[in-house]
Design a protein. Structure first.
Length: 340
């Protein structure tokens, strides 16, 4: 989800009350609950640490820390709403998710994964509890309330009829991408990014194993894919004309053409990183009519995704309005700037 960074900075300054003294070691509070500088530094290192020679410093690091803190504030606001509504994840749910994450690895490999993220087992379980609880909140407050009527579908089709006229055979595809170099512009739901080649290889192997166990491709893409253009849409790349495959390398083209609808590829190493590709459907050329169930399903999914994004954006704004946020970190930056 994209936010106005300038607007956020102004909002947090206004909310924080610049004359308020900062408690020791507290970067921000949300309804009185503290987010410490230690927690902020840990999240910053996980996202932007990188190799020693490439770590951010100075103003760049401060900008990135503001971004990280903004996300932490939002997450805390949502977690508190989940608590108030009695939607906190149960121990059994947390344990099941933990076992699922751990299963593709040996004990030694999993310990290395935790060490790379600078997390203990208890910290990971705490993070899983937060994530699962917020997901329960979204399911209750947003997803369960989305309704798409036949009229909505018909109106969308009539407005976009030309887009259902396929000039040449096309392949509807999706992908999950994992890169060995983390991109600060990429934000999947888990904020999970591989930091190097080894982590990228292990991560794509874990995703591949979960797909083979039957987990839903779109959710894994939303949670873990590092493709900025498609991760929020469940990895959906849309319809790709067969002629465009001529531009792909021979091996990639061979793999795509060999997949049947619904099938998923094994991990593929490409210039950008590791990919898992899925062929959703293959479509011959010609006009698709509204009576086609595939057309209706495509429109329904499009409208649901749009409504989900809109409602989540509005829900975040409403929740922020209801929360009392004091951002001491912003105060410190602004205060230093005024002294110069």
């Amino acid at each position: 989800m994209k936010h106005s960074f300038t607007g956020f900075l102004l909002l947090t300054v206004l909310l924080s009350g610049c004359s308020r003294p900062a408690p020791a070691n507290v970067g921000a509070t949300v309804n009185g609950r503290a987010i410490t500088y230690a927690e902020l530094e840990k999240q910053f290192e996980a996202q932007f640490g990188g190799p020693a020679g490439e770590r951010s410093s100075g103003d760049q690091a401060q900008i990135q820390k503001l971004e990280v803190l903004r996300t932490m504030v939002d997450n805390e606001i949502m977690l508190q709403r989940a608590e108030r509504l009695g939607l906190m994840a149960a121990d059994a749910d947390v344990d099941a998710k933990y076992t699922e994450l751990k299963s593709p690895y040996t004990q030694e490999e999993f310990a290395k994964q935790l060490n790379a993220r600078k997390m203990s087992m208890d910290e990971l379980k705490a993070q899983l509890r937060r994530d699962l609880s917020v997901q329960k909140l979204f399911n209750k407050e947003i997803t369960s309330r989305i309704s798409i009527s036949d009229k909505d579908i018909a109106e969308f089709y009539n407005t976009n009829r030309a887009s259902f006229n396929i000039a040449e055979p096309q392949i509807h595809m999706a992908q999950i991408l994992v890169t060995p170099a983390p991109d600060p512009n990429v934000r999947n739901l888990k904020n999970d990014k591989a930091q190097d080649e080894e982590q990228a290889r292990k991560k794509i192997q874990s995703i591949d194993a979960r797909l083979r166990r039957g987990e839903e491709f779109g959710m894994l893409a939303q949670n873990y894919s590092e493709d900025a253009a498609s991760s929020q849409n469940g990895g959906d790349l849309g319809f790709i004309p067969e002629s465009s495959l001529e531009k792909a390398n021979v091996e990639l083209r061979r793999i795509v053409l060999s997949l049947r609808p619904g099938e998923t590829s094994a991990p593929i190493r490409t210039a950008e990183g590791y990919r898992v590709l899925k062929v959703i459907t293959r479509e011959p050329a010609g006009q698709r009519e509204l009576s086609d169930p595939k057309v209706q399903q495509t429109i329904r999914e499009t409208l649901i995704n749009r409504k989900d994004q809109l409602l989540k954006a509005a829900y975040y704004e409403m929740a922020r309005n209801d929360a009392k946020v004091i951002n001491y970190f912003v105060n410190g930056i602004v205060g230093e700037g005024q002294k110069k």
